[in-house]
Structures are given as C-alpha cells and as structure tokens.
Design a protein. Structure first.
Length: 185
C-alpha cells in the first residue's frame, strides 16, 4: 500500500549535504510507489511559535499566525510518515526545522485532549563530526520527541564527516538514505 510521506528539510543550504540525503531518500521512496511532499523550509516564510495557545480554532489553518505553515498543515494531517531532515547544529536540529515542529502544536490544539496525530518518523542528519558520541544528544532528543508525540521511529541516517557542501559526494550514506526510502512498506 502506498504511503504519504512528508519531508521537512531544515537545512539553510539549498544544495547542501542534507539536500543530497533528502534527494536520495525521496528517490528510494518514490521507487516504491510512495507519494512524497517535500518542504524546503529555508525557502518558506515560517515564523517561530508565539506560545499563545491560541491555535486550534480553524482546522484548515490552525495557527493564529498566517504564513507558509498553512501549506504544511494539510499535508501533515494526511501524512503517514514524517521525515525530519536537518544538519546538526549545536548537537540539535536547525532553527528552521525546530520552528516548523513547534508550529505543528497548532494541529494538536484542534484535539480536545491535546493529542498529536499518530505518525511514523525518520531522521536524516549530516554532521561535521562522525563520532558516535557526537550524535548522542540528537538521538536522545529525537527519541524523546517521538516518545512524547506517540510516534514510531522507522529509521535514520546519521552521516558524520560532512562539514562542507559537497562532502557527501560518493559517500555510502547516500545509498543508505535511498535504501531507507525504498524500505518503506
């Protein structure tokens, strides 16, 4: 059965290492007959969350702020799988991705019990350092996030040693990202 996949690309680099991972993943997923909606967040007008608890009034446009999140909300609602793609920034997600994630809370406000809609999730992350301990804080955050949201992890590609644009060329992580996309059933 075909899955609906939403990719949130939080890299500020349009043609960077994260974008290369996203493209490889997308190729694998589409080869399996899945539909993919990709949002390159650096090109979008997305404001940070105001913490106002004023969302949830309009299911079609749940946040009080009216910006490009209104393009993401309907795809998010329908998505079976959410792919979080981001370079590692200070042992966490990029600000672009974090802002979009925070704004998804407006969808939760549509629910009387503040329950997040169930999703399956994947993580694509390049980083400069390739040591295992470098990824530990991010993995802890990612696993905690999924635990609190009630989402299921379907896999991740953690690609170290990729500091500069183009460092990813010819690396095994591209094949890993494509295989991860192709593994979706």
């Amino acid at each position: 059965m075909s899955k609906k996949i939403m990719i949130l690309n939080g890299s500020p680099r349009e043609n960077g290492n994260t974008a290369a991972l996203v493209e490889a993943f997308q190729e694998g997923a589409e080869s399996g007959g899945h539909s993919v909606s990709r949002f390159d967040l650096q090109k979008m007008d997305i404001h940070y969350c105001l913490g106002c608890y004023g969302g949830g009034q309009d299911a079609a446009s749940p946040c009080v702020q009216k910006d490009d999140m209104d393009k993401i909300y309907p795809i998010y609602r329908e998505a079976d799988i959410v792919v979080l793609a981001t370079p590692m920034y200070y042992w966490s997600f990029s600000a672009q991705l974090k802002a979009a994630l925070d704004r998804l809370f407006a969808v939760v406000e549509n629910s009387n019990d503040y329950k997040s809609p169930y999703k399956e999730c994947m993580l694509l992350m390049p980083a400069g350092d390739e040591s295992e301990e470098n990824f530990t804080p991010v993995i802890n955050y990612y696993e905690s996030l999924l635990g609190f949201l009630g989402w299921k992890d379907l896999g991740r590609v953690l690609a170290g040693g990729l500091l500069y644009v183009g460092d990813i060329e010819g690396k095994a992580c591209l094949a890993q990202a494509k295989a991860l996309g192709a593994s979706i059933v």
